[in-house]
Design a protein around this ligand. Structure first.
Ligand SMILES: N[C@@H](CCC(=O)N[C@@H](CS)C(=O)NCC(=O)O)C(=O)O
Length: 336
C-alpha cells in the first residue's frame, strides 16, 4: 500500500491521525469523459472520442469500484470494444502489481510491473493514490478517468454505436432517484464498510458501523416493496450496491468487523444479491478467490498473519424469490 508523491512511489498506509481515526477516501484526480463526438464535457478541457479498440480498463477483480466497470462492460456487450488488464490480487508495499496468476493478466499493453507506472506514464509528476479502476486511452497514452462512478456512465452511453444500445442503466426518467440512492449507498454502505474496517479509533468505528447498518435496514425495507432500488427497473444504483453486497459475507463481515448481521440474514437483501448475481454474464465477473485473498492478505495492519479464511460457504447461484415482483404491477408484490 502506498502512493505517488511528485511521481515517486512511497510505501505508506492510510493516515487517519488528522481525522480522529476516521478513514477518508481521497478524491479521484483524472476526471475526463469519453463522449460520442469527442468534445470535452462542460468545465473540462480534454476531450476523448468514443472509438472501438481505443480504450483499456485497468481493474482488480477484488475491488468493488473496479467491479462496477467490469459489470457495465459485460452488460453493455463491450468486451470486444474495450480491452482490460487485471492486476494481481495481492497489494503489498509496491501497491497494485502485474503478475500473471489466478486469472490476473499482467499489463497487456506495456508489460509494466506496477500500476503506479501507468499513473506516471500519464503524468510523470502525479501525486496521489494509485487506484483501480483506470480508463486508459491507448492513442494519447493517458488516463481518461480513475473514477468508477464516471467510467460506468461512459460505458452506459458513449459506446452505444458498438455495444448494446437497448440496455440503459441510467435512464433520464430515473436519474434523480438513482442519484439519491447512489448518495446514500456510497457514503454509508460502499464506503461505509471501509470506514468500519479502516477506522483506527473505537468511536470512528462505531459511528461507521451504526451508519452502515442503518442504511442496510433502509435498503432492506425498500427491497421488501420493490425488486430493484428504484422500482422495477434494474439500474446503475443496483450495480453499485451489488459489488459491496457480494463481498459482504465473505470479507466485510469478518475482516472489516461489519458484523451486526450478514447479508444472508436479511431476506430481501440476500435474495436480491442472488438475483443480481444471476443476471447473465455477472457471475463471471465475481471472483471470490481474488476478493478474499486481496483483502485478508493485503491489509497487514488489520490481519497481520495474512491468513485467508476458508469459509464461509456461500451459494449466490441458489434460486432467489425476487420474481415475486411482477414488472407489470408497478413494483407491487405479486405472490405466486
Ligand atoms: N473513488 C475511486 C476509488 C477507487 C479505489 O479506492 N480503489 C481501491 C481498490 S478497492 C484502490 O485501488 N486502492 C489503492 C489505494 O488506495 O492505495 C473509484 O470509485 O474509482
Amino acid at each position: 500500500m502506498g502512493l505517488l508523491v511528485d511521481g515517486q512511489w512511497q510505501d505508506k498506509w492510510y493516515d487517519t491521525s488528522a481525522s480522529g481515526g476516521r478513514f477518508e477516501r481521497s478524491e479521484s484526480q483524472f476526471r475526463d469523459f469519453v463522449t460520442v463526438d469527442g468534445a470535452p464535457v462542460s468545465g473540462r478541457t480534454r476531450g476523448f472520442k468514443a472509438e472501438p479498440g481505443r480504450y483499456h480498463l485497468y481493474v482488480s477483480l477484488a475491488c468493488p469500484w473496479a467491479h462496477r466497470t467490469l459489470i457495465l462492460r459485460t452488460l453493455k456487450k463491450l468486451e470486444g470494444i474495450i480491452s482490460i488488464s487485471i492486476v494481481d490480487h495481492f497489494m503489498g508495499k509496491d501497491g497494485w502489481t502485474f503478475v500473471e496468476r489466478d486469472g490476473s493478466t499482467g499489463d497487456t499493453l506495456y508489460g509494466s510491473r506496477f500500476l503506479h507506472q501507468i499513473y506516471t506514464k500519464a503524468d510523470p509528476n502525479y501525486s496521489g493514490r494509485v487506484t483501480v479502476p483506470i480508463l486508459w486511452d491507448k492513442h494519447q497514452k493517458t488516463i481518461v478517468s480513475n473514477e468508477s462512478s464516471e467510467i460506468i456512465r461512459m460505458l452506459n452511453k458513449a459506446f452505444d454505436a458498438w455495444g448494446d444500445d437497448t440496455a440503459d442503466f441510467y435512464p433520464d426518467r430515473l436519474a434523480a432517484d438513482i442519484d439519491a440512492w447512489n448518495d446514500r449507498v456510497y457514503g454509508s454502505i460502499n464506503n461505509g464498510v471501509y470506514r468500519c474496517g479502516f477506522a483506527t479509533t473505537q468511536e470512528a468505528y462505531e459511528e461507521a458501523f451504526d451508519d452502515l447498518f442503518g442504511a442496510l435496514d433502509a435498503v432492506e425495507e425498500q427491497l421488501s416493496k420493490n425488486r430493484y432500488l428504484t422500482g422495477n427497473t434494474l439500474t446503475e444504483a443496483d450495480w453499485r450496491l451489488f459489488t459491496t453486497l457480494v463481498r459482504f459475507d465473505p470479507v466485510y463481515f469478518g475482516h472489516f468487523k461489519s458484523n451486526l448481521r450478514r447479508i444472508a440474514d436479511y431476506p430481501n437483501l440476500w435474495n436480491y444479491t442472488c438475483d443480481l448475481y444471476q443476471v447473465p454474464g455477472v457471475a463471471e465477473t465475481v471472483d471470490l478467490h481474488h476478493i478474499k485473498h486481496h483483502y485478508y492478505a493485503s491489509h497487514e495492519t488489520i490481519n497481520p498473519t495474512r491468513i485467508v479464511p476458508r469459509g464461509p460457504q456461500i451459494d449466490y447461484a441458489r434460486p432467489s424469490d425476487r420474481n415475486r415482483f411482477d414488472s407489470a404491477s408497478g413494483g407491487q408484490i405479486v405472490y405466486q
